[in-house]
Design a protein around this ligand. Structure first.
Ligand code: NAD
Length: 251
């Protein structure tokens, strides 16, 4: 069997929000490529345990750590624990994210602040805490989850779309700061992906989404995970400051 990309065998990856959905698929995908994985969860140790078991069944090592991404001290502690446990940190995947959808007239300042704090500040917190070991090693890969709505906008998501557009701008800026040190920084912007969130939507809404997607189907979490795996591989060494859209052709 041919191996499409070189192994991540010597690499240690940290995936935020790895207890379910896209984050779980990314953690398992990187482990299946040979990486050692540290993952964070906020409140669901059951989901994190499930991810850890799946990773260990693949013969890879995994550490699951509780962490609220909005808390910089907690984020720094997670990076320290990962370095203490595995001795290095090569790959950071900023996946943790949240929504509080409402039309602007009904959106509270708290709805805005929570989404910005989790998605944008959480991503910044992890980049800030993880960048030093990468600078020292003169090698690193950072991939952050954006969304199709960062570029298109979406009614009811002024907070979420702004947070994801912020992540894309952060990505472009950080890529310019650290490119000379062998660190690449990219974002992945998924379209409609089948997760718990989309599974709960009425069939009519899902059908409406499907009709708008040129490839005629919602994305699978693995579609996103395989893109992340490519971006953190040796083969993607010349790709930085990019937003890769994984959306089935959705505009
Ligand atoms: P999900 O809601 O299933 O999972 C989100 C994860 O983030 C969970 O593990 C949750 O615990 C964690 N999280 C939320 N707030 C946190 C906090 N304060 N501290 C720590 N962890 C926190 O979401 P998903 O659908 O798997 O999405 C994963 C990422 O992909 C998110 O960034 C999301 O915005 C993005 N995305 C998803 C879709 C989609 O269709 N599902 C589309 C575009 C972008």
């Amino acid at each position: 069997m041919s191996v499409p990309f070189s192994s991540l065998g010597s690499r240690v990856a940290l995936v935020t929000g790895g207890s379910r959905g896209i984050g779980q698929a990314i953690a398992v995908e990187l482990a299946s490529a040979g990486a050692t994985v540290s993952l964070t969860y906020r409140s669901t140790p059951v989901g994190a345990d499930d991810t850890r078991k799946r990773i260990e069944e693949l013969g890879a090592q995994c550490l699951a750590l509780e962490c609220d991404v909005t808390d910089l001290a907690a984020v720094e502690a997670v990076i320290r624990q990962t370095l203490d446990h595995f001795g290095r940190l090569d790959i950071l995947v900023n996946n943790a994210g949240t929504t509080r959808d409402k039309l602007l007239v009904r959106m509270s300042p708290e709805d805005f602040d929570v989404v910005i704090a989790t998605n944008l500040r959480g991503t910044w917190n992890f980049c800030r805490a993880a960048i030093r070991p990468m600078l020292r090693a003169r090698w690193g890969r950072i991939v952050s989850l954006s969304s199709v709505v960062a570029a298109s906008g979406n009614p009811g998501q002024t907070n979420y779309a702004a947070s994801k557009a912020g992540i894309e701008a952060l990505t472009l800026s950080l890529a310019r700061e650290v490119g000379s040190r062998g660190i690449t920084v990219n974002a992945v912007a998924p379209g409609f992906i089948e997760t718990d969130m989309t599974r709960d939507l009425p069939e009519g809404v899902v059908e409406g989404m499907r009709e708008r997607i040129p490839l005629g189907r919602l994305g699978a979490v693995e579609d996103v995970a395989r893109t992340v795996r490519f971006l953190v591989s040796e083969e993607a060494a010349y790709i930085t400051g990019q937003v890769i859209r994984v959306n089935g052709g959705l505009g």
